[in-house]
Design a protein around this ligand. Sequence first.
Ligand SMILES: O=C(O)C(=O)Cc1ccccc1
Length: 432
Amino acid sequence: MPEHGLPLNVAYLGPEASFSHQAAIEVFTPRQSSTSSSTSSSTSTSTSATAAGRPVRLHPLPSFSAIFSAIQSTCSPSSLEKETEQPSYDYDYDYAVAPFENSTNGSVVQVLDLLAQCGLESDPDPGSDPDSTAGALYPDLEVCAEYYLPVHHCLFVAPSSEHKHNHKSTPDDDNTANTAATRTSGALGPTTSIRTLYTHPQVWGQCGRFLASQFPSNVVERIDVGSTSAAAQLVARETNASSNGGTGISAAIASKLAGQKHNLVCLAENIEDEPGSNTTRFFVLRNRKRRSGPGLGQGQDLFASDVGHGHQQEPSSPSQLGHHTNPRYYKSLITFTIDHTRPGSLADALAVFKQYSFNLTSIDTRPSRKRNWQYVFFVECEETSDTVRGGQNDREQKLTNMLLDLQKFTGSLRYLGRFEDRLRGGVTHVEP
Ligand SMILES: O=C(O)C(=O)Cc1ccccc1
């Protein structure tokens, strides 16, 4: 498809070949998602096209907080026209992709803590609420889509350290992840020379059984790094001289793609506790000021028209393939605090969702950081089948009314966005 229009700039947690990168590729350039071509470019920013034909540039950023800051500082739509080749940080980012939760290990708490700093306070008089979180760091951020990525982890070491452990080479083994990753974890050789493991903190809990059986914590040190691809990069740089003073080697837990990118040796693959189902749910974030683009009325989905999901070729799981004749279900993400001293305050708040026929699909908490033992609640709620028969404007009005009522029972109520439920189908709508 020929590229047309201004490029879409999308931020993700780098370096290249992280799971966030994979999710960004699948969301924004689904036609390329079955190949690793976009991770093999010489520059870290890769360019390809959305299904709608818009050029898309994927930019690796070093941390989740850098991603949130970058989206917050993105300016109005007109500023997109000053687009030139600039260092990554100076882009006006249209979207970002960030992991929210994993089916095995639960919430990505770093991202929840950043989301707790997002959104506009609904209380018009923040002074009236002593626990108000008004003055959020990222008031203009909103969630505009979700994406489910199946996640498989591999154990990698650098080729230079391979002689230090008894990994058994096979005649057709070229010692790269490309072929090694096709072996199953049953073929794992002794790992006794590994003294250090690197990965993203979310991953330890996803691979708990494998780690407990192979790496006693009194012998092997686990070191958190910024991403799984950063772990792969670190291990690839390890030389014989630098490997723990010659006493042991380091290994990374990362994706097959990250191992291929850095020519690592795969000692085991699919080491996650739930190999058939381990899935991470990502949010697509944007600056809400972008929504008021020209020609966009209420109920129109800017994300869908930017990305062209109507033409999505190969969804990563059958559940993400919707049918445009089916009704679309939308979820909303809301955060609030409650009065912890009043019995029934949480029950009162949750009763409002029931009263307006919103189904709660997830609920989570994080410390408010305003006062000890006070929490920010993260609630996702979904319209029910009764509601989806109404028009978009009616549906949005119902949500607005619900939020107005909810305000009576909560403090620091913030609306973080409304997005289509990808578990109930519905990505295959045709954009205008
Ligand atoms: O580290 C990565 O590759 C990430 O993108 C963060 C992450 C880590 C584990 C599961 C999903 C996302």
